[in-house]
Design a protein around this ligand. Structure first.
Ligand code: SF4
Length: 550
């Protein structure tokens, strides 16, 4: 879903231009006549559109009636409905949308989206979300409060959610609203997208429709799935042409009087009924408008009549049949009867993540009162995990032997600390695997106890010695928090990452199939989703609620 949402957002950046269409594609060798207007793109075949106003009305009514009855009681919905101040309303929706993006990688999103599926967990979840979480400071109830926070504070509270640049951009945008827009949130989707850093087409549409009742659609992964099934769209759903069509469709479909509810209903339908693998078509409030379901029903009827030897006409279930329909499945991947409605949507094969290896060293010393302290350094202010803290780390060339790894790491530490580090003193702890959205990252973890004082070059990255407690409270990425797990007793409060365990088991000679731990199972939480320590996980409530007066 995350990638689809990103693709959808990219599609919006092209707002202002009409949807790309294959009809607009130039044939090889053909060139348009200079000065001649480009031919208007051919409209897609009717089966892929909502061209009947009566059907659109019926679909809106059915969907909203279902939403009124079945919607989940989520905290930001209550806030958006009850908060009289438009700026605070928009701010709450904005923060919730940013947190819920990349839901597969977000513990908060997983919490809401996964646990809500289990009836016995609903009460618990509801209770948790309505209770102030005692271990998280209550922060930033307004965008003015967020604008005044330091990036360090934002990073600290955001730690565990992943996609740290989002927290940073959220704060940048809040500062812009306060300093350049007199504290007033932009009031339309177009202005929100144009004026606020980090606000893409989807987020702008969600804020404007939910907070200001602007009749504008939204397209995220759930909406893509629902619309592709409703209109049998089988072309690559992450392609710009299809994304543009889906935005057109969402804008045309959105209910004019209840746009925010309609958009949330469409997303809710995708999250709870029209789910990726086993959609509950029998319970679907818009099943009578669903082309994918019609197709399945026709096939079933045809198959059963054939079984009983009844003469039946061949069902009208082919794709558009013109061979170059921009929205039908490609000829090489025709409809697969065994998949039913889950033939839609389709995506082009995903690009494999880049493989990267990094040597990481946990430098430890005895500090005040003989307490153990660990050295952490701050990453650069731009790029991956910008501004976050980590143990000293060094990217490794692929295929480097262990002996060589030690040597390059020792060289690096020697130059950096001025300490006479020798490769043999570095103790290999194991490997930690972390999956970023586009990188399969392996941290090769070493430790090195130091007996004396180390004078770090102040010209290099900021660094500091921290106790275990301070480490937990620092703006450290989820990936880096997996690292100390290998140190066992020194960091007892950290839940052990499975990869570290496997690595440690390997160290101790326990059998473990290589790479097994890095595989993501269907429906399993992505590696990055695990929160390493509950106390550092940020919730929307924690983000928005004012501190209780003492
Ligand atoms: Fe999705 Fe089935 Fe509803 Fe169609 S009928 S929208 S496939 S749940």
């Amino acid at each position: 879903m995350s990638h689809l949402r990103a693709a959808a957002a990219r599609g919006l950046r092209r707002s202002g231009r009409t949807a790309a269409s294959p009809a607009g594609k130039r044939r090889k060798g053909a060139s348009p006549r200079r000065g001649a207007p480009a031919p208007a793109p051919a409209p897609p075949p009717a089966r892929h559109l909502f061209s009947d106003p009566a059907e659109v009305e019926a679909l809106r009514g059915n969907l909203l009636a279902w939403y009124d009855k079945c919607k989940r009681d989520l905290p930001w919905r209550t806030l958006a409905a009850s908060e009289p101040d438009a700026n605070r309303r928009a701010y709450a929706v904005w923060v919730s949308e940013i947190m819920l993006q990349q839901t597969q990688a977000s513990p908060f999103g997983d919490l809401v989206h996964c646990l809500w599926q289990i009836p016995s967990c609903r009460a618990w979840l509801c209770l948790s979300l309505t209770c102030p979480l005692p271990f998280v400071p209550q922060k930033w109830p307004t965008l003015q409060a967020l604008a005044q926070a330091s990036l360090e504070e934002v990073n600290e509270l955001w730690a565990g959610l992943g996609y740290y640049s989002r927290g940073k951009r959220l704060q940048e945008a809040a500062r812009k609203v306060v300093s350049e827009l007199a504290g007033q949130m932009p009031r339309t989707a177009e202005d929100l997208q144009k004026l606020l850093p980090g606000v893409g087409r989807y987020t702008a549409g969600a804020i404007a429709s939910i907070s200001y009742r602007q009749a504008t659609g939204v397209v995220d992964g759930n909406v893509i799935r629902v619309l592709c099934r409703l209109r049998c769209i089988g072309a690559d759903s992450s392609s710009p042409a299809v994304i543009d069509r889906l935005w057109d469709m969402a804008n045309a479909l959105v209910d004019r009087s209840r746009p925010g509810d309609f958009n949330q209903a469409l997303m809710e339908l995708g999250a709870t009924v029209c789910v990726p693998r086993a959609p509950l078509c029998g319970e679907c409030p818009v099943k009578q408008h669903c082309q994918a379901r019609h197709r399945v029903e026709k096939e079933l009827a045809f198959a059963s009549q054939k079984l009983f030897g009844k003469p039946t006409p061949v069902p009208d279930v082919e794709d558009c049949g013109v061979g170059d329909c921009p929205l039908c499945p490609p000829a090489a991947e025709p409809w697969d009867s065994s998949l039913g409605v889950t033939n839609f949507p389709r995506k082009a094969a995903k690009k494999q993540p880049r493989v990267a290896r990094t040597a990481t060293c946990v430098l430890e010393r005895r500090g005040c009162h003989r307490a153990l302290e660990y050295l952490i350094v701050q990453r650069p202010s731009s790029g991956l995990l910008a501004g976050l803290w980590e143990f000293p780390s060094l990217p490794l060339a692929q295929g480097l032997q262990e002996e060589k790894q030690r040597e390059v790491l020792a060289d690096y530490l020697r130059a950096w600390t001025g300490w006479p580090v020798v490769a043999e003193d570095l103790r290999l702890i194991g490997e930690v695997i972390h999956i970023f959205s586009h990188i399969h990252q392996t941290y090769v973890v070493y430790s090195l106890p130091l007996d004396g004082d180390v004078t770090l070059d102040p010209a290099l990255s900021p660094s500091r010695w921290v106790t275990e407690e301070e480490f937990h409270a620092s703006a450290v990425s989820t990936a880096m928090k997996k690292v100390p797990a290998g140190l066992g007793p020194f960091f007892p409060a950290i839940s052990l990452g499975s990869q570290v365990l496997k690595a440690c088991e390997k160290q101790r000679g326990v059998e473990s199939s290589p790479g097994k731990g890095s595989k993501r199972k269907r429906g399993a939480k992505p590696q990055g989703a695990s929160s390493t320590r509950p106390g550092t996980q940020l919730s929307l409530r924690a983000f928005l609620q004012a501190p209780t007066s003492s």
